[in-house]
Design a protein around this ligand. Structure first.
Ligand SMILES: Cc1ncc(COP(=O)(O)O)c(C=O)c1O
Length: 397
């Protein structure tokens, strides 16, 4: 059965990680992998996570099964985190949340569920979007369509073209939107643009599907949910897949959620039973440890405050690095306007370099980034920014 298989091409990011590890250049910089890093280049365990883990270890009395939906308290806290207390209350009978193995598990669970409701349903994704959206949604049977999003020439959203394309999305279709901190481009919809998307969803009847993987890393925990909350208050059906990987720094614990809002309580109950059966048929139940840690943090005022403070420091560090990079490029006399990087949000931006220029950064300067020139801004530090700027200057010629 397996004799005719040939190895697939290596995942570009994983290949980059391996090459970075093997590189002995003391100046090497990793701008590839999408994880937060502190000034020393480490991806730390957050203080509140450490403390919650300590308490969990001391108090946990069983490791029996949790069920396909995961922990109900975690699910309720996540719903409140993304919707805000008020909306979480007013939508109580219309919504359900399922704890999932990371955001990826949530995306796949949602896709499998949609495919059962409407086999081969069309989902419009932004061009570009996070590469893993395609297999996560497409391999479940959904038909992928794209809408124009980022204009590489002007470093901004092509909003008119996006809306023109979304005119083609109707009832039975889905439109995938990045809730905040768009991966890979960092360009987020303005509040007015979110309103226009809401109006179009109401007019055409498509179902918005929001991927919220970076809540708290753009403008703030509540601010980053502007689009989610705007749509949740207006449209009859909404899907939100959220992840705690980045904002709680629990990447390897696999903590995420799939939240569904329905038009009425009966549809929500029926949908909920189908989602549970779908989860049972894929992974049965989500892993418990990371979700319990998140639940403990969100349910304890002291831990929650500490988490929010540390998250604020992370967010401010990232936006400070954006400013620093732009300033240093300007100060070095680089003859190109990089100011867009300062206005984009979250961990990612495109540098706007060509593939040969990126290749030179990797091969000649040991600066690791993917061919699209997407960088993880958190990989920059006060200690490496001068070398990075000098290297960019060289490859720009
Ligand atoms: C846009 C986007 N969605 C979802 C995820 C899911 O992350 P995880 O499965 O690690 O929670 C990521 C992670 O990089 C992402 O960038």
């Amino acid at each position: 059965m397996f004799q005719n298989l040939t190895p697939l091409a290596a995942d570009p990011i994983l290949g980059l990680m391996a090459a970075f590890r093997a590189d002995s250049n003391p100046h090497k910089i990793d701008l590839g992998v999408g994880v937060y890093k502190d000034a020393a280049g480490h991806t730390p365990v957050m203080r509140a996570v450490k403390e919650a883990e300590r308490r969990l270890l001391a108090t946990q009395v069983t490791k029996t099964y949790v069920g396909p939906a995961g922990a109900s308290l975690y699910n309720e806290y996540v719903a409140q985190l993304i919707l805000g207390r008020e909306l979480a209350e007013s939508t109580r009978d219309l919504r359900c949340t399922f704890q999932t193995p990371g955001g990826c598990g949530g995306l796949r669970l949602a896709a499998e569920f949609i495919n059962k409701c409407n086999p081969g349903a069309r989902i419009f994704v932004s061009d570009p979007t996070w590469a893993n959206h395609i297999p996560l949604l497409g391999d479940a049977g959904l038909q992928i369509a794209t809408y124009p999003y980022y204009d590489y020439a002007t470093h901004s959203i092509q909003f008119d073209a996006m809306m023109a394309a979304l005119e083609q999305a109707h009832k039975g279709d889905l439109v995938l939107l990045h809730g905040c901190c768009h991966n890979p481009c960092g360009a987020d919809l303005t509040q007015d643009q979110w309103r226009a998307v809401r109006d179009l969803a109401l007019k055409n009847g498509f179902t918005p599907f929001i991927d919220l993987a970076y809540q708290g890393l753009g403008d703030g925990v509540d601010e980053d949910c502007f689009g989610v909350r705007l749509l949740a208050a207006a449209v009859p059906e909404l899907i939100v897949v959220s992840s705690c990987s980045k904002n709680f720094g629990v990447y390897r614990e696999r903590v995420g959620a799939f939240t569904l809002l329905c038009q009425d309580n009966a549809s929500m109950k029926a949908a909920s039973s189908l989602i549970a059966a779908t989860a049972r048929g894929i992974y049965s139940m989500p892993p418990d440890h990371g979700a319990t840690v998140v639940e403990m943090i969100l349910g304890d005022s002291v831990l929650r405050l500490d988490w929010e403070q540390e998250l604020t420091q992370m967010r401010e560090r990232i936006s400070g690095l954006r400013t620093l990079l732009v300033q240093q490029l300007r100060a070095a006399g680089v003859d190109r306007d990089f100011s867009f990087i300062e206005h984009e949000k979250g961990m990612f931006s495109f540098l706007g370099l060509s593939v040969p220029q990126v290749q030179r950064l990797v091969k000649e300067h040991s600066i690791y980034l993917v061919d699209s020139s997407r960088i993880n801004v958190a990989g920059i530090s006060e200690g490496n920014v001068d070398y990075l700027v000098a290297s960019i200057r060289k490859v720009l010629g």
